[in-house]
Design a protein around this ligand. Structure first.
Ligand code: SAM
Ligand code: SF4
Length: 427
């Protein structure tokens, strides 16, 4: 989401007459987009701001994103060379803020959630020419006890279905064939216009746009992941064979402490819908280890859940205390070394699962959207609808640029994180 926010900010400013340059050194205005989901993000940001300062006198510096929202005007105190601080709920006013700076204002801020609206801009400058991100909902109304997002991105704001559809059609016209619908919790999408579409309807309609080849979405919240979403996926193969359904923990006790609003059993019911669906879907998840009070038995339940579900991939994190969150003052903190131990166990178990899951694909033919070429290996790289990276060799002597095309590729080998193959049909 942050990467896509940057694409929107760049596009909006370019439309207003600014020009993008490759490095901070060349820039007159440096906007630093930040994330504060884990770790000591704030400290890293201040260190980097210090480096920026050394890199240039006379430049205007601004801090955007979650650290901007979280630290607010404190940033001016710790980094006096910064002139602008704005959170994502205020990006639609960024142009006006820059005008204020040009008019001589020393410092401007955009930190309010009061008039928060979706940053609905037609001027996004996308980095990838074939796959596009498309925001459908911003902010989050959940209050997971560990998570800073509701404090940094504000309340949920869904875009109108008309606006989403217009952007999606525009993307196809520009030649994009794969679109990823984005939001902290896409499942709670509610069209604010009278049409009143829910997420399943929006997903279907985007996938029905003529010329659209692939539609993905992220992220789902299990509480709001309803049956009609699986039905919509089953009904249209343009919607990719992949579902990212973050579980966080396999223990209902920990899930309750996290305020995730579902039990292990309720989560598993959703996995059952997916496994009994008409198509085979690749399943991925997020896991947090070492949440306050997580016992060995709770942790074991997470490991058991990995065995039961057999995810195709996962992101795993050590619990990291975040400002303002409910978990910050919870007792029974897990020592750092124990969190590291649990993380290593999760990752080792998942690696073995992934080796098996990927090995199942050896011998199959997968359609890939080609991303580019690894000249050193003389291989092309693309990704499958089921979210695998596939490196492949292509017919000798064919020197065409294949990037952006779809090819059928035979999988010959599999590792834990990617597949290797060769084109199955000559285009
Ligand atoms: N909205 C999404 C969701 O509900 O899953 C994504 C939220 S966050 C950007 C992505 C992942 O970061 C979460 O699923 C969670 O596993 C992890 N995460 C968030 N806060 C964390 C924290 N304080 N410590 C460790 N991991 C965290
Ligand atoms: Fe954070 Fe929970 Fe919202 Fe995801 S659903 S952004 S984890 S509060």
């Amino acid at each position: 989401m942050n990467a896509h926010d940057s694409e929107k900010v760049v596009g909006t400013l370019v439309n207003e007459g600014y020009a993008q340059v490759a490095t901070p050194e060349e820039a007159g205005l440096v906007l630093y987009n930040t994330c504060s989901i884990r770790d000591k993000a704030e400290q890293k940001v201040f260190n980097r701001l210090q480096n920026f300062k050394r890199a240039g006198k006379g430049k205007i510096f601004g801090v955007l994103g979650c650290v901007a929202q979280q630290e607010g005007e404190k940033i001016f105190e710790r980094a006096p060379h910064v002139s602008l601080v704005a959170g994502s709920a205020n990006y639609h006013q960024l142009g006006q803020m820059l005008v204020q700076l040009e008019m001589g204002n020393r410092r401007v801020t955009g930190l309010s959630f009061e008039n928060a609206e979706a940053f609905d801009t037609p001027f996004t400058r996308r980095d990838n020419p074939h796959r596009a991100f498309l925001t459908i909902i911003e902010g989050c109304d959940k209050s997971c006890a560990y998570c800073v997002v509701p404090f940094t991105r504000g309340p949920e704001r869904s875009r109108t279905s008309d606006s989403v559809m217009a952007e999606a059609r525009g993307l196809v016209e520009k030649g994009y064939t794969e679109v990823q619908l984005l939001g902290q919790n896409v499942n709670s999408y509610r069209d604010p216009s009278p049409a009143g579409w829910d997420f399943a309807v929006l997903l279907s309609r985007v996938a029905e746009i003529p010329g659209m080849r692939r539609v993905r979405y992220t992220t789902s919240h299990p509480r709001d992941f309803v049956r009609p979403i699986v039905d919509a996926m089953d009904a249209n193969t343009v919607i990719c064979d992949h579902i990212h359904l973050p579980v966080q923990s396999g223990s209902s006790r920990v899930l309750a402490a996290m305020d995730r609003l579902y039990t292990r059993e309720e989560y598993m019911r959703r996995i059952e819908w997916i496994k009994n669906a008409k198509r085979r879907y690749s399943l991925t998840t997020d896991i947090i280890v070492g949440f306050p009070g997580e016992t060995d038995a709770d942790f074991q339940q997470t490991l058991d859940l990995l065995d039961e579900v057999q995810y195709d991939s996962l992101f795993s994190f050590k619990y990291s205390p975040r400002p303002n969150t409910a978990a910050l003052h919870m007792e029974d903190r897990i020592p750092e070394e124990e969190k590291s131990r649990r993380l290593a166990i999760v990752q080792e178990k998942q690696r073995a699962i992934q080796i098996r899951r990927n090995a199942d694909l050896v011998g199959t033919i997968q359609e890939v959207l080609v991303e580019g070429r690894n000249t050193a290996l003389n291989q092309w790289v693309g990704h499958t609808t089921c979210h695998r990276t596939l490196n492949f060799s292509h017919t000798a002597g064919d020197e065409r640029d294949l990037a952006g095309t779809y090819l059928s590729v035979r999988v010959n080998r599999a590792g834990p994180n990617s597949l290797v193959g060769e084109t199955a049909t000559v285009v």
